[in-house]
Design a protein around this ligand. Sequence first.
Ligand SMILES: [Zn+2]
Length: 82
Amino acid sequence: MNTITIEQAKKINNRDVFAMNNEKNSDGTCVRWRVNGKVKTWKTRPNEFKIPVKHGMYDYGYITEKNINMFHLNGTCKECGF
Ligand SMILES: [Zn+2]
């Protein structure tokens, strides 16, 4: 399982894509969430970040240091090749 560091989180770009480690589409690929805004970080809380993401037409959420271990980034997955 790959997670990202705070330094990596700060470099996440709008339209980067995360895939979920344990949620699969019907074709066996990992469910993907697309970044749709700016990454939020705080000087006073250097280990925290908040990445806005969107899935499909209607699902919106955030990836943070608390749930990042549920996701992987492009090029890190043996299962979906993503
Ligand atoms: Zn995957």
